[in-house]
Design a protein. Sequence first.
Length: 355
Amino acid sequence: MTKTFLVTGGAGFIGSAVVRELIANTSHRVINVDKLTYAGNLASVASVAYDARYTFERADICDDDAMARIFEQYQPDVVMHLAAESHVDRSIDGPREFIQTNVVGTLTLLEVARAYWERTKQSEEDKARGFRFHHISTDEVYGDLDDDGSLFTEQTPYAPSSPYSASKAGSDHLVRAWLRTYGLPCIITNCSNNYGPYHFPEKLIPLMILKALQGSPLPVYGDGGQVRDWLYVEDHARALVQVATEGVVGDTYNIGGHNEKTNLEVVHMLCDLLMEMAPSTHHYRDLITYVNDRPGHDRRYAIDASYIQRTLGWEPRETFESGLRKTVSWYLANERWWKAVQDGSYRAERLGVLT
């Protein structure tokens, strides 16, 4: 059955991957709602924007009237809520904006969705079978792990460390409360670190690629020993669409890539790939420099994705090696895209430094 998906943040990194997945590989209709802040880029969905099933609405999820109009006009069957402020360093410098977008924006969306759902669904059977509110979150809400092989599960207690992760934890709690109190059909997913094409260059992997190509120092926080589980964004998009269409209302699904790497290992791998794919007279590893660590930096994240694999049959297709090669290749082939996002609003400056 063809459904109408309302994707918030659909011009962002993960959101645009979801939009491309839905248009390219399903028959569903997509309403892309994005405010187009510094990290939103319609060029990231240009490959599918011509499709008659795709519509873009520039709007702020904190705007009750705009959200109510969009729900009434497009009558969505599924909401995939990805719109969020997401960069930890930015949250250290300006936490208020993160609370506004991630908490107040989620509250606004939940209330508009609840009013729409209660008005348009005629029976309890219709409600259970039809509308879904899928909230996309992060593994950072769980805090950090010891180096003992333990993993984040869907039952791990929340212990956020940064203003960003605290704001996402707050939005997760709101979604669960609207499920339990009002019966709104909600599903939550928590993912590990994403990487891949169309990634805004303030994040580790694209930042290191572009700085290396420019011959600039590659800043590694602290000793570079922080461990992350890396998930290729197109694998994540497939998982999100599958959860939205096949997941059980009320469930939480952790989505991970089974790729634990230290930040320094990632930078070394990037440098070696660049030497192969964009040879330089100097070795890119020589550009690595160590800088003061981020305040409150979590040491290790790692996702146990066995539940989604067992119940929905999803698993990542990309290894970290194959996904990283695809990512480097994309940035080398798409200089026009990444130069356009470095248009004066972002110059790869260091953020989140406490004085």
